[in-house]
Structure formats: C-alpha cells, structure tokens
Ligand binder design. Structure first.
Ligand code: NAD
Ligand code: IPM
Ligand code: MN
Length: 349
C-alpha cells in the first residue's frame, strides 16, 4: 500500500477551525485500517496573500499537483476586501490549474436531518448538483472595468459543455437515472448551446430521462418540490447560486461537502460554503461540511468507501443524538460535535 499524499489548504476565518475537525476525524477513521497518509499543509487564499503575497503560491500549487487529493476548508473575507490579489482569485486559479471542471454538490436530507429542514418534504430529497466549474462568466474574456462600464463575458465552448454533460449523465446512471438541465435558454445564447449539446448527448443514454428547467423556475422548485430532482446539470454561476439554496433546505449551509474533479490528476474536496467571518473565532462553526468532504475524498480518491461509510454513519448518529452546532439550532460547539463523531467511529469498531 502506498502512502496517500494529501495537500491541506486550511484557508481563512473558520477555515482552520473546521479543517482541524476534519483532520481529527480522518486520523480517527484511519487508525489501524491500513490507510496511511501524509499531510502537506500549505498557505492558500488570504493566508497565501499574507504569507507569500499570492493567494495561490507556486509551492502550494506544486504540492497540490503532486498530491493524490486536495482538502480545502474555506478562503476569503473582509480582511482582503479591495486587495489587488484576492483570496477568491486563488480559488479560481487552483480550479483552473488542476482542470477541475466538474463540481459535485450533493443535497441529501437523511432521516436524521429531516427535523432540521425548513421545508416539509413529501418525497425523499436526494439530488446532486453537477456544476461546471472552470468556464462560463467566471472565466470568460473580455473582462474589463472602465470609468463608464464594467464587462464580464459568459462564454462556453462545445467541448466544455460536452465533458461536464457526460459527468452528469454518468452520475445519473449510478443513481435514479434522471437529469435536469438548468439554464436560461429563453434569454442566453450560451444556454441555447447547452440545450443543443445536452440533447445530443442524452440520446447516448436512453435509460436516463432528461428534462430542462429555466433557472428562475428551478430555484422555486428546489423549495417547492425538491424530491423531483436527481441530477441537476448546470453552468458555473447558476450552480454556485442554486447549491447554496439547496444546502439550506437540508437545514444548514454548514453541512454540505463537495468534490471537484477533472479527467485525471488530483480531485479537490471542500465545503460549499465560505469562510463565515461572522462566526470565526467563536468555536461554533459547523464541522459537518468539512468532515463529509473528508468522507467524499476517502470514497472517491482512495477507493475507501468503507471508511467513508463509517464517517457518514457516525455523522448521522451525532445528528440523531442532536449534538449539533447553532446553525442547526443546537448548543454544541465545533469541538464537541467533532468529539462525538470520533467517539461514534470508535464505538462502531
Ligand atoms: P459564507 O458561506 O462564508 O457564510 C454565509 C452564512 O453561512 C454566514 O452567516 C455563515 O456564518 C454561515 N456559515 C457558513 N458556513 C458555516 C459553517 N460551517 N457553520 C456555521 N455557519 C456557517 O458566505 P459569505 O459570508 O457570503 O462569504 C464569506 C467569505 O467566504 C467571502 O470572502 C467569500 O468570497 C468566501 N467564500 C469562499 C468559499 C470557498 O472557500 N470555497 C465559498 C463561498 C464563499
Ligand atoms: C463557491 C464560492 C466561490 C465560487 C467563490 C468564493 C469564488 O462561492 O465555491 O461556491 O463562486 O465558486
Ligand atoms: Mn458559492
């Protein structure tokens, strides 16, 4: 067994708090399980700006490229508002450099979580957002600001749409075989191109039912009838917005992990939320998003579904026992939730 190489990017504000929790759970679940790993903790985001003058220092990128997986907590915050190099630029740069074009953001309301959901769910809620991550308006050029106007460009090539569409349909084949393309094809040319290409690729997957929704209506359906979705396939900006909305119907943004992957090379695992400056330093950040990102990493980058399942079962038991942070209405702090998860892992052995 080779030793897994993991680059660790703790980032800013609550980033280091939840990363510490995630790494403690990793250590607990790996103990005596024939999973050896090395951690490479590197500056990134605001911490990269402060230490190296760059949100993605060259050494950090090199470490990520040479690793088997990257764990990221969260970056950004008011400290770097208006800075010439923002933490967010580092995040976009690492996604681009590692070619992480597919971002998988799950929305699953487990029986244990249902009590925290702000909506009444008649059908089970279990869908994934497959978000295109390295193109669209985040990266399109020209991009400029003058005295009179600012310009962003939403641009997609056929190839960029094709490859993310295949990720979405392959994922649907392993799930309930339903894909919903979310777009704004009643207005945007890029969305019209998505519809054309996705419809072509859909014919290669006759077992998968395929439909479309405009993004405004989709944002309503996520609240009104989230049980209808299996795979939501969408472009970069819509996926960003809809994934925070989808997170909240599970109870809290602070519980949702994600995976970002390319065709080869390391994948990156991170909570979908940001650095939560409003609660940083209070010790009350919800660690579940980070802990579940560790579980996603074990299953997807290291073929250790067994360890991933142990983490998820222990998380669920912790939720059932109502040991949760204030974002879920609880009174536990980050350390107490983390300790409960670790105790559940140990007791399950
Ligand atoms: P945010 O996601 O940081 O916070 C939104 C709200 O959710 C806040 O009230 C926060 O306290 C709460 N929240 C988020 N995560 C939580 C957790 N684990 N536990 C408990 N509560 C949690 O969004 P924001 O405030 O708009 O952005 C703050 C900074 O984070 C910005 O600089 C933004 O650019 C950055 N950001 C980074 C990432 C990333 O690193 N991937 C993602 C989103 C935003
Ligand atoms: C996310 C974040 C990032 C994004 C920001 C911080 C650049 O909101 O990962 O969801 O918009 O992709
Ligand atoms: Mn976001």
């Amino acid at each position: 067994m080779t030793t897994a190489q993991i680059t660790v990017l703790a980032g800013d504000y609550i980033g280091p708090e939840i990363m510490a929790a995630g790494l403690k759970v990793l250590a607990a679940v790996a103990e005596n399980q024939n999973f050896d790993y090395d951690l490479h903790e590197m500056p990134f985001g605001g911490a990269g700006v402060d230490q190296e003058g760059d949100p993605l220092p060259a050494e950090t990128l090199k470490s990520a490229q040479e690793s088997d997986a990257v764990l990221l907590a969260a970056i950004g915050g008011p400290k770097w508002d208006g800075a010439p190099k923002t933490p967010e630029k580092g995040l976009l740069a690492i996604r681009k450099a590692l070619n992480l074009f597919a971002n998988i953001r799950p929305t699953y309301i487990s029986p244990a979580m249902q009590q925290y959901s702000p909506i009444k769910n008649e059908k089970p809620v279990d869908f994934v957002i497959v978000r295109e991550l390295t193109s669209g308006v985040y990266f399109g050029t020209p991009r400029e600001t003058t005295a009179d106007y600012a310009l962003d460009t939403m641009r997609y090539t056929n190839e960029e749409i094709e490859r993310i569409t295949r990720v979405g349909f392959e994922m649907a084949m392993k799930r309930r075989k339903h894909v919903t393309l979310v777009d704004k094809a009643n207005v945007l040319d890029t969305s019209k191109l998505w519809r054309k290409i996705v419809a072509q690729i859909a014919t290669e997957y006759p077992e998968v039912t395929y439909d479309q929704s405009y993004v405004d209506a989709a944002s309503m359906k996520i609240i009104a009838d989230p049980g209808q979705f299996d795979v939501i396939l969408t472009e970069n900006l819509f996926g960003d917005i809809l994934s925070d909305e989808a997170a909240q119907i599970t109870g809290s943004l602070g519980t949702i992990p994600s995976m970002s992957r390319g065709t080869n090379g390391p994948s990156l695992y991170e909570p979908i939320h940001g650095s939560a400056p409003d609660i940083a330093g209070k010790g009350i950040a919800d660690p579940l998003s980070m802990v579940k990102s560790v579980a996603m990493m074990l299953a997807n980058s290291f073929d250790r579904q067994d360890l991933s399942d142990q983490i998820m079962a222990s998380v669920n038991k912790t939720i059932e026992d109502q040991i949760v942070t204030p974002d879920l209405g609880g009174h536990a702090n980050t350390a107490e939730v983390t300790a409960a998860i670790i105790k559940n892992i140990q007791e399950s052995r």
